[in-house]
Write a protein that binds this ligand. Structure first.
Ligand code: SF4
Ligand code: SF4
Length: 286
C-alpha cells in the first residue's frame, strides 16, 4: 500500500509513464500520439457534480453512481472517491501540420482523433486495472455501460459523463468561446478520467469562473477562433454544436479517401489561436 501523501504523485506518474511508453503511438512508425500529460484530482463529493446533473440534465451520471454500478459490493460514500483526470496534449508535429489546414484535418490530427483516442481508452483501462491491483477499486466512466449520449434541453448534444467537465473540476482548465477546455498546455488535446476509491487531496482550482482563461470572456478581446471555423459554428454568442457536428460529419469521406482509414475530425478552432498551446498571454493568473 502507498502512503496517502504519495497517492496523487503515484497516480500522476502512472499516467505520465504510460504516455512516455511505446503504448502511446498512432502510426506504424511508433510516433507518439500525445505529449506529456497534465493530471489533476477532484473529490467525488465536489458540489460541481450534482450541479452538472442539475444543469446539463438528469441523465448526467455522478461519480458515486458510476462507482456503485461497477462495484455494487463495495461500501462507499462520495467523499471517499477521487476523480483522476488527465489532459493529453496534441504533439508539436500534429499542431504544426494542422495549422496549415483550413477545411479538413491533416493526417496526424485524424489519427489522433481515432488511434490516439484508442490510446486514451487503453490508458483508462490500464489505470482501472492498476488501481484495482493496488487495492483501490476503480471505474472509467467512458468505458462504463452507463456512458451514453443524450440530447440536453439546454446544451443539445450531451452525454452522461463529460471528461472536460471533470477536468474543469480537477483544476485543469476553463472553457473558451469555442467550448474547448483551455489548459496550461492549451486546448488542442483529448481528456480522460477514472473514478477510484482512493484518498487524494483535490487539486486547487486556480480560477473562479468557467471562462477565466478565454480572452474573449475575460478581456473582451481575441475571438480568433471565430475566423478559424470553416462552418461558421463559432460566433460572438459561442459554439453552435449542431453546425459543428454537421461539419465534422463531412470530414469522414475525406479522411477515408486521403488517409485510408475510417475516421473524422476537425478541431481547426484549436490551432493557430492564442490558446492553442498555453493559457493565452494577457490572462491574469491567480
Ligand atoms: S481563440 Fe481566443 S476567443 Fe477563442 S477560445 Fe481561445 S482565447 Fe477564447
Ligand atoms: S471543430 Fe471545426 S466545425 Fe467545430 S467549431 Fe471547431 S472549427 Fe468549427
Amino acid at each position: 500500500m502507498i502512503d496517502k501523501g504519495g497517492l496523487g504523485e503515484w497516480c500522476a506518474k502512472l499516467v505520465a509513464d504510460y504516455i512516455a511508453s511505446p503504448n502511446n503511438s498512432f502510426n506504424d512508425a511508433g510516433e507518439p500520439a500525445w505529449e506529456a500529460p497534465l493530471v489533476g484530482f477532484s473529490s467525488g463529493a465536489d458540489p460541481l457534480y450534482p450541479f452538472y446533473k442539475r444543469d446539463i440534465g438528469d441523465f448526467y451520471v455522478q461519480p458515486i453512481e458510476f462507482f456503485r454500478a461497477a462495484h455494487p459490493s463495495v461500501p462507499v460514500q462520495p467523499e471517499e472517491l477521487t476523480v483522476i483526470s488527465w489532459v493529453l496534449p496534441q504533439t508539436r508535429a500534429t499542431k504544426y501540420d494542422h495549422r496549415k489546414e483550413s477545411r479538413m484535418p491533416c493526417e496526424r490530427w485524424a489519427r489522433a482523433r481515432i488511434m490516439g483516442e484508442a490510446v486514451n481508452n487503453k490508458l483508462r483501462a490500464y489505470m482501472v486495472e492498476t488501481l484495482k491491483a493496488a487495492g483501490y477499486p476503480a471505474v472509467a466512466p467512458m468505458l462504463s455501460p452507463l456512458w451514453k449520449q443524450h440530447m440536453s434541453e439546454k446544451y443539445l448534444f450531451a452525454s452522461s459523463w463529460s471528461e472536460r467537465h471533470a477536468a474543469y473540476a480537477a483544476g485543469l482548465g476553463t472553457f473558451g468561446l469555442s467550448d474547448g477546455l483551455i489548459t496550461a498546455k492549451g486546448k488542442a488535446h483529448r481528456v480522460g478520467s477514472v473514478i477510484a476509491k482512493i484518498d487524494i487531496s483535490p487539486t486547487p482550482r486556480p480560477y473562479d469562473s468557467h471562462h477565466a482563461y478565454c480572452l474573449w470572456y475575460a478581456k473582451g478581446t481575441c475571438g480568433v477562433c471565430i475566423g478559424k471555423c470553416p462552418a461558421g459554428a463559432i460566433t460572438e454568442k459561442g459554439h453552435d454544436k449542431q453546425r459543428c457536428s454537421d461539419y465534422v460529419d463531412t470530414t469522414q469521406a475525406f479522411v477515408e479517401e486521403h488517409y485510408g482509414f475510417k475516421g473524422y475530425g476537425c478541431g481547426l478552432c484549436q490551432v493557430g489561436v492564442p490558446c492553442e498551446s498555453r493559457i493565452p498571454e494577457g490572462i491574469d493568473l491567480r
